[in-house]
Design a protein around this ligand. Sequence first.
Ligand SMILES: Cc1ncc(COP(=O)(O)O)c(C=O)c1O
Ligand SMILES: [Zn+2]
Length: 442
Amino acid sequence: MIKPKNKYHLKCRKCNHIISDFNEWFDVFQACPNCGNKWVDVEYSADYNKVKELISKSDDEVTSIFHYFDFLPLNDKQNIISAGEGRIPVENWTFLNDYFKKHYNLDLKISVYRNDLSTGTGTFKDVAAALAASVLKENGIKKYVVASTGNIASAFAYYLAKAGISLYVFIPSDALKANEAEISAYGQKVFRVNGDYAKAKKIAAEFSQKNNILISGGNIDPLRVEAKKTMVWEWLRQTGDLPDVYIQALSGGTGPIAIEKGLKDISELGITEKLSRFIMIQPDGCDPMTAGWNDAKKNNFPQGWENDYPVYENPVTLIPTLATGNPATFPIIASLVKKSKGEIISFKETEAVKLARIISFEKAVKIGPAAAIALGGLFEAAKQGLLKNGESVLVNIGESMNRAPDFINDMIYTTEEINSVEDCLPVDRENYRMKLWDDFAY
Ligand SMILES: Cc1ncc(COP(=O)(O)O)c(C=O)c1O
Ligand SMILES: [Zn+2]
């Protein structure tokens, strides 16, 4: 009897060794048994031309990330754990076009990827968690470990709870209370580490080893990459093209890795030749990748530049969600950014609240702190002359404001304390607009 071809396999990026499926991948402790490399690609036996059909579907035909089931590493649809994540609208925000025309004389076509609307936990981590929960369930995994600055932890806590899988979460001491509460609410175990994200990752790895419990593989984990690659296909489905420029808040950097994989999967289909220019943005309170990038650029990218980056211990930042002080993925991310002719830049994090107020005023959309950094990247990029006339720019709004209660409190600026009706004068909301923009230092 001819053995049916596997739906997918994993292939080592370094030595091309084939790992037959996730069952084997987990057995070999998520590293290539031949060379020890942890970065693998998932390849599928389905005809990749089917992607063309999938990206021709209308919005109401797409129910979740599992619209792309044929190109996800799950064998049986019965194992799908989903909350409708992955159907994220790309919206044109024309008030931003007007702003950059007026202030920089640039004709830009700016759109945003509304992950604040994600139906799982309201962040762009939901797709990764949905796929991970499904694959873990399929492989009979009952316990899992993750280290996270917060949003991955919330997403994994939710989806793994839906799959009946116990999760052990390691968060740094400055992780937001709202993340901790959400993880705990789903009955998942929180270990709040007395230290930074690097220390949380270290203890999580030790806990995983000591108790022989599988641990999430971080930014290059094929489960995260395969899930997030679908965003490229969603942009193609919704807009028919890729943006000239892609802007995202950068912590560890799964986004660019996943985008490259989404393009690699369809590279033979003649759909697009484009690699969007990656403009990655870090809050200036914790921006080691920007520092490494600037240094390399200043020295004309000397040999081995990608292994030269600073490590910030216990970074103090207003945006803990993005606080990766030891950016071990810098060699991968910075190389991708360079290949895309992009940049790694920083945004003044004290401006994040002000920008979020502007967005809430102009669009009635409440974006979270990490999303404000991404949008801030648009302003910083224009200021640095990194955007060109006629370009389309897509900004990844990675999270909603619900993630950060303190940040919500910072939205209060129209309140007046009164004693009687005499104290109350009608105001036109238009009066706030100029003040909001004036307060914003860009
Ligand atoms: C909303 C949001 N945007 C961006 C990022 C950065 O993602 P990455 O770790 O892939 O750089 C995160 C990470 O937690 C996030 O939660
Ligand atoms: Zn290998």
